[in-house]
Ligand binder design. Structure first.
Ligand SMILES: Nc1ncnc2c1ncn2[C@@H]1O[C@H](COP(=O)(O)OP(=O)(O)OP(=O)(O)O)[C@@H](O)[C@H]1O
Length: 249
């Protein structure tokens, strides 16, 4: 059974149809990435999955008692508000110190516990947001453009961390991203949205789909060849993807 399955989702704002019959689902242990142009309805679909926006038509089915973690695009913390990483991680629910330490290690934020949130770099901040979401031991993690504002190595390292956590925990991941070539490397399945699902499938299938190319052109082709891999197959000897390696840096 899918962790979550949305069927025939329709959402309109003021008469404008933003989501038009969208189907999407996430299986346990699967990384699904949603790509699409600006304004194509990606964040709206995330909100529908989170239960924040109620669709005009369609259904969202979750496995009973689904534990869902959410990493927002951005979170503004007022510079005049003192807030350490430890304190932030205890909101809204306090967790046992050992649990927090384990999640901090898993998220690559060890040693930052007493830092002020406002003193973190963009990449560190995103890892803290990830850590906070992981504290609920989610079966499904939802991320809306989690690497916005990070440089390319920061993005790559965040996605590698995400894949590592997925491997360790077996959680399913649904994320929105604009970072096409990195996304393609870190996804089992890509869903291309432009109000409706234009195409979906493995990165290889999607990147060669005419609908995808019409939206994104051919610019990512080389990068795809470099990054893309398939979890069902052995990796080429010269195509190490860092499995088992330490990419927390
Ligand atoms: N609460 C709202 N009220 C009215 N219009 C909205 C609302 N939320 C989103 N929209 C409109 O719906 C469309 C889709 O927005 P959405 O944020 O889902 O797109 P997106 O694909 O996430 O865009 P981006 O890539 O720019 O973040 C946009 O035209 C947006 O202006």
């Amino acid at each position: 059974m899918s962790l979550i399955a949305a069927r025939d989702i329709h959402v309109s704002y003021g008469g404008a149809l933003v989501l038009d019959g969208v189907d999407v689902e996430v299986e346990p242990g699967e990384i699904v990435t949603l790509v699409g142009p600006n304004g194509s309805g990606k964040s709206t679909l995330v909100k529908v999955l989170l239960g924040v926006v109620r669709p005009d038509r369609g259904t969202v089915t979750r496995v009973p008692g689904l534990r869902l973690g959410y990493v927002p695009q951005k979170l503004h913390i007022d510079a005049s508000l003192p807030m350490t990483v430890t304190r932030f991680l205890s909101l809204p629910t306090r967790h046992a110190p050992a649990e927090v330490a384990a999640v901090a290690a898993r998220s690559g934020i060890e040693g930052l516990e007493q830092r002020q949130m406002t003193a973190l770099s963009g990449g560190q901040f995103q890892r803290v947001l990830l850590a906070r979401a992981l504290l609920t031991d989610p079966q499904l993690l939802v991320l809306d453009e989690p690497t916005q504002g990070l440089d390319q190595p920061g993005e790559a390292s965040f996605y590698e961390l995400l894949e590592q956590v997925r491997r360790e925990t077996g959680m399913g991941v649904f994320m929105v991203s604009h970072d096409l070539h990195v996304v393609m490397s870190a996804s089992d399945r890509v869903v291309c949205l432009n109000h409706h699902v234009c195409c979906s499938g493995t990165p290889t299938v999607v990147q060669s789909a005419p609908e995808y190319r019409a939206l994104f052109g051919h610019g990512t082709h080389g990068a795809l060849a470099l990054y893309q891999h398939d979890h069902d197959h052995e990796h080429d000897h010269d195509h190490s993807h860092g499995h088992g390696g330490d990419h927390a840096g």
